[in-house]
Design a protein around this ligand. Structure first.
Ligand code: SF4
Length: 394
């Protein structure tokens, strides 16, 4: 891993590839409407011809392509621009980070203006160069609710659809409801306020300061955000003649992505922040894709581990897959290559941190929380899971 990757707030993207053990990696941010067949084909070709063929779906709805030379990574950027997937200006490209409800315009229960508002917000963000000083990790969302319930979409600042307009979710707070135009303006003003306060960086890092910034830009009311309800991942048959396909650990090969591209016709593929894709309902299944929401592989998270990262001390993907069937329904197991916790920065029902072939385990927390059981081997972890996760469920 490069030193830059450890700089606070730095985040690799299409124009700032990150050096990893298996080569440089680049991130591609799909358009708001999703990828058309030509763009999806181009991504598969970039991954297979210039990278090592591995494509990862990130929890921000982006595609991470691995195993590039530095020249290959630069070429990937040029091709993505030519295909209309990316903005040629690296600073503007970072400001395209708007995550959208993945069933917008398909799910009748999702707010009908979700895509329209998303395009408007993105256009406003692109027009404001002064937002360049925001952290590279800073992102926005437009949550239209529906099958994927309100609150499930997570970003630093989210426009949240309400019956009579749009509220703004920022950190742990949700504001009063505004009309669409004013809500978009306020999101830009609030983003600008964060850009001028480099010490605060991101809303989740400072509740008190976030309240002050909300007031500065004109919000009058803000309440604690309602907890996100437990929801079924958008996998299998979905509203709007769609099918959701999960990928084990959010990883697939370029050939699999090409297989999806060939089935799009004039339709589009959307990437979800739950490491899956949304496709037209007539998409042919493939042994590597998950179309059953009860599949235990949807309950595990793991980073690339020792095959792709210098900091990892174990094959965490293999461990997570081996333990998947021990994870009860409704629980999440995160197996991390080190304490950085890239695959699942938040809390999981059980988090394992690899340490030279053995694992430290955190119950109901993240990699940075106090370790509940240190230095366990795989059989011990398996016993722990069956005992402790059963307790969490009851
Ligand atoms: S969590 Fe995994 S990918 Fe992230 S730095 Fe640690 S070992 Fe590397």
């Amino acid at each position: 891993m490069s030193d830059t990757s450890l700089v606070r707030g730095w985040c690799p993207d299409l124009f700032a590839p990150m050096k990893a053990r298996d080569g440089f990696l680049v991130r591609i941010r799909p358009p708001i409407e999703g990828l058309d067949a030509r763009q999806a084909r181009a991504i598969a070709a970039i991954a297979s011809e210039h990278g090592n063929g591995t494509i990862e779906l990130t929890n921000r709805g982006n595609l991470q392509l691995r195993g590039f030379s530095l020249d290959g990574a630069h070429l990937a950027g040029n091709i993505a621009v030519e295909c209309g997937i990316a903005d040629p200006n690296p600073a503007r490209e970072r400001r395209r980070a708007v995550l959208v409800s993945p069933l917008a315009e398909h799910d009748p229960a999702c707010h009908p203006d979700t895509l329209l508002v998303s395009r408007r917000l993105q256009a406003e963000l692109l027009a404001h160069d002064r937002l360049d000083s925001l952290s590279g990790k800073f992102g926005w969302g437009v949550d239209g609710g529906g099958f994927v319930p309100p609150g499930a979409l997570f970003a630093d600042i989210v426009l949240q659809a309400q019956q009579d307009g749009w509220a703004v979710r920022c950190g742990s707070l949700t504001t009063e409801v505004l009309d669409e135009e004013l809500a978009v303006q306020r999101v830009v003003a609030l983003s600008d306020a964060f850009a001028r306060q480099p010490d605060i960086r991101r809303p989740a890092h400072n509740d008190g300061a976030t309240k002050a910034l909300l007031e500065t830009v004109g919000f009058r009311k803000y309440l604690p955000t309602e907890p996100v309800p437990v929801f079924v991942l958008p996998v299998g048959k979905l509203p709007g003649r769609r099918v959701g396909m999960g990928l084990p650990l959010g990883r697939l090969q370029a050939a699999d992505f090409s297989f999806l591209a060939e089935q799009l016709g004039k339709d589009r593929l959307r990437v979800t922040p739950w490491r899956g894709v949304i496709m037209p309902e007539n998409t042919t299944n493939h042994p590597g894709f998950i179309v059953d929401a009860a599949d235990p592989r949807l309950r595990i998270e793991a980073c690339v581990g020792v095959s792709g990262c210098e900091r990892a001390t174990g094959d965490v993907a293999e461990t997570a897959l081996a333990l998947a069937s021990d994870v009860p329904s409704g629980c999440v197991l995160h197996v991390s290559g080190c304490v950085k916790g890239c695959a699942h920065p938040g809390a999981a029902d059980m988090t394992l941190i690899a340490r030279n072939g053995r694992y430290d385990a955190v119950r109901n927390g993240c990699t940075k929380d106090t370790v509940s059981w240190a230095d366990r081997d795989l059989p011990e972890i398996r016993g722990l899971l069956s005992r402790e996760l059963k307790e969490i469920q009851t």
